[in-house]
Design a protein around this ligand. Structure first.
Ligand SMILES: Cc1ncc(COP(=O)(O)O)c(C=O)c1O
Length: 366
């Protein structure tokens, strides 16, 4: 008999727990060899030349934008449907987020809309494609547009560790890729942490300086940076987690395919769409459903945890409206009322998924 089905299951995999002991004994807690090893392995696995560990995914985006040269008054294209951390670094640099509507099936930036926004922009500088929920945006089109209009690409891969498109890993097809290791992500450092990846030596050097008060290797502060460093303890956890991330991603994909099969017979709901040539890593399993709040309540009453990612479109937050005024992005606004994230983690069982899907069927068809 299946009991409660939690929305997620965040606990440290036993195999990664011993990893911090040596660091604790070493007396070296920041700027040490463990984060360096984590960076090297991450870059290697991701297929990039450099990786720079930082204290959050938000910092990775911020330092990426700074390193490619985004500054006050620049236009930066961001999806209208994303976590607010894709937008706040743009605002904090004094640049203007230009909101691009999303594809209502895949939730990533709509490429036709991106092309239109770029043409309308007076000061286009950079684009932040977000690989949302675990699936990559259409990077070949982003790259084409970026080349045509001289834009830098800072890819927000915070939800898409080792997702793939056409054989390339998330974060690798961009000037900068940014990852988060927040505890609920596909891999974590058991705290806040992030990684910036790039093939560009100058960007890597700048990011390394910016995370450490703008101090370069000669000890000179050429840039204005703050403290965005990753601690050695967290680096040790990340280095271990990297060994198992592919296995955990496969667990998520297995769970998604069970959901897909069971939900296929329920006409009311729309399961996630995995685009051709994409390998989705299902950070979240998001469906669209009518009377979404009623469904959530029914699932909750029956012991099933759900979430909404995200309840407010990015362009409708007061922090944006105060700076940029009001805008409308129709698809992002429409899906906000319909999306619900179902329980998802690598260890969820077929029986648990069956319980969730049976309840959804009961709700719409009983
Ligand atoms: C899409 C997206 N962008 C950026 C971030 C920011 O990452 P962090 O919370 O590590 O700063 C997150 C995670 O929370 C995210 O999901």
């Amino acid at each position: 008999m299946v009991g409660e089905v939690p929305f997620t299951d965040i606990h440290m995999d036993e195999r990664t727990i011993g990893s911090v002991e040596d660091v604790l004994r070493s007396g070296r807690y920041v700027k040490g060899p463990v984060v360096e090893e984590f960076e090297e392995s991450f870059a290697d696995k991701c297929g990039t030349t450099y990786a720079v560990g930082v204290n959050s995914g938000t910092s990775a985006i911020l330092l990426g934008l700074q390193a490619v040269g985004v500054s006050k008054g620049d236009d930066v294209f961001v999806p209208a449907h994303t976590y607010f951390a894709s937008v706040s670094p743009v605002l904090s640099l004094g640049a203007n987020p230009v909101f691009v509507d999303v594809d209502p099936q895949t939730y990533t930036m709509d490429m036709d809309k991106l092309a239109e926004r770029i043409v309308d922009s007076e000061n286009p500088e950079a684009v932040i494609p977000v690989h949302l929920y675990g699936q990559m945006a259409e990077m070949e089109q982003v790259t084409e547009l970026a080349e045509a209009h001289d834009l830098d690409i800072v890819a927000d891969a915070c939800q898409s560790h080792f997702a793939k498109r056409d054989g390339d890993y998330a974060g690798s097809i961009a000037d900068v890729g940014a990852f988060s290791f927040y505890p609920s992500k596909n891999m974590t450092v058991a705290g806040d942490g992030g990684m910036l990846v790039t093939d560009n030596e100058n960007i890597a050097e700048q990011a390394r300086a910016l995370r450490n008060h703008g101090r370069d290797e000669d000890g000179v502060h050429r840039h204005l940076g703050l403290n965005y460093r990753m601690s050695e303890m967290l680096g040790a956890v990340g280095r271990e987690q990297l060994k198992y991330i592919q296995e955990w991603n496969e667990g998520r994909r297995r769970a998604a395919s069970i959901y897909d099969k069971k939900l296929a017979s329920i006409d009311a709901v729309m399961p996630p769409v995995e685009k051709d040539d994409n390998k989705h890593v299902y950070h979240l399993y998001v469906i669209q459903a009518p009377d979404r709040d009623g469904l959530r309540e029914y699932l909750d009453q029956n012991g099933v945890g759900t979430g909404i990612h995200y309840p407010t479109p990015a362009h409708e937050h007061p922090a944006v409206i105060d700076r940029c005024g009001e805008t409308t992005r129709k698809s992002a606004e429409r899906i906000t009322d319909r999306i619900v994230s179902l329980p998802m983690h690598p260890r969820i069982s077929e029986e648990e998924i069956d319980k969730v899907c049976t309840l959804i069927k009961e709700y719409y068809e009983a």
